[in-house]
Design a protein around this ligand. Structure first.
Ligand SMILES: Nc1ncnc2c1ncn2[C@@H]1O[C@H](COP(=O)(O)OP(=O)(O)O)[C@@H](O)[C@H]1O
Ligand SMILES: [Mg+2]
Length: 362
């Protein structure tokens, strides 16, 4: 049974730039399980924030339903929804110290002072802020302010925790640390969470499931592995990680495999859930790490057009049969770094390849 359900959720705005009606959220259906960490991922403007604000009650849907724990909550104001939101800007009160900021919502609920103290103490511990109770927000680092925002949401013990790009104001190192922290806290509390980001790495590392959005619509819902290994559309394959799209033609379907001719040679690829027929034009999704670059005999021969040594990996651009492929070599010994214009062999890990129909979804 789903815990939080979005049913045909649609939100239209009157465009700000005189472009008429903007459909920010377009017929979105999502089932969120209790305790699940779900991330809405997509480029800027695809409707992530609007979806989150609809869930929170800061916006009301043009059409569709929001169901929480079996109850339709479309009409409920935000303060009756038993949800808490963490904003990108943190939105902590500058004139209140850390304790007062975190205690604020509980005071409004008129909880007894002793109970407030105890609840705040617990979340301070959870977010590793103990000892900073009396600090003013402007005496906190970015990371600490972020923790206060999170603590203030958690202290309310909401049914659903909503987070809108909460890490985007932090530097790279801190973002990585807080990513782990958020996941650890979410797991320890088992709190149902909906997280919004445009950062695919954040989405991959945090989420049980990812919803990839594009222009207000859902492109795909799946676990990080499903989304990466079996992208259902070109948009998803392109947005999550890096991809070489290689055109191919289906030559035969043989049991659990499909034979595809690509770059002038047949490849045997595991048959995914799609229906394929002989002669059909497809696109192979070839991740850079599924191309092995070797010296001598191989499936393909290519010419190194670019090589970048990044320390942990070497990235190549290799021309094969008129197409340039990106390959990533993860060998930590890097005994060979191929030079520009060198002729190399390429082997594709056929069991890691995936097929898309030529014109997007079937
Ligand atoms: N209050 C509003 N009025 C008019 N258009 C809006 C409003 N809020 C969002 N939009 C439009 O809806 C679309 C989705 O916006 P948003 O949900 O903020 O995207 P995201 O969070 O994915 O970047 C954008 O085209 C945006 O300009
Ligand atoms: Mg946004």
């Amino acid at each position: 049974m789903s815990y939080l359900k979005l049913e045909n959720l649609t939100k239209e705005f009157v465009g700000r730039g005189g472009e008429g009606i903007v459909r920010a959220v377009d017929n979105v259906n999502i089932d969120i399980q209790e305790g699940e960490f779900l991330t809405l991922l997509g480029p800027s403007g695809c409707g992530k924030t609007t979806t989150l604000r609809l869930i929170a009650g800061f916006e009301f849907p043009t059409a569709g339903k929001i169901v929480l724990d079996g109850e339709v909550i479309n009409e409920q104001p935000p303060n009756q929804r038993d949800m808490a939101m963490v904003f990108q800007s943190y939105a902590i009160f500058p004139h209140l110290n850390v304790f007062e900021n975190i205690a604020y919502g509980l005071k409004i609920r008129r909880l007894p002072a002793q109970e407030i103290k105890e609840k705040v103490r617990r979340v301070l511990e959870l977010t590793e802020l103990t000892g900073l109770e009396n600090r003013a927000p402007n005496a906190l680092s970015g990371g600490q302010q972020q923790r206060v925002a999170l603590a203030r949401a958690l202290v309310m013990e909401p049914k659903v925790l909503l987070m809108d790009e909460p890490l985007s104001n932090l530097d790279a190192k801190l973002r990585e640390l807080m990513r782990t922290e958020i996941r650890r806290i979410q797991q320890s509390l088992g709190i149902t969470s909906v997280y919004v980001t445009h950062d695919q790495v954040e989405a991959m590392t945090l989420s049980d499931r990812i919803v990839v959005m594009n222009q207000g619509r859902i492109e795909q819902v799946g676990s990080p592995q499903e989304i990466y290994r079996h992208p259902q559309t070109e948009f998803v394959a392109d947005f999550i990680g890096r991809t070489n799209f290689v055109p191919g033609v289906v030559k035969a379907v043989e049991g659990q495999n499909v034979v595809v001719e690509a770059l002038g040679r047949p490849l045997t690829i595991p048959l995914a859930e799609r229906m394929l027929r002989e002669g059909q034009h497809v696109k192979l999704v070839v991740r850079p790490e599924t191309i092995q670059v070797v010296k001598g005999d191989a499936q393909y021969q290519g010419i190194i057009r670019w090589a970048s040594y990044l320390g942990n990996v070497v990235e190549y651009e290799i021309e094969v049969a008129g197409q340039v492929l990106i390959a990533v070599d993860y060998d930590p010994r890097h005994t060979v770094i191929h030079s520009l214009e060198a002729q190399v062999g390429l082997n594709l890990l056929e069991d890691c390849l995936y097929l898309l129909p030529e014109n997007g979804a079937d």
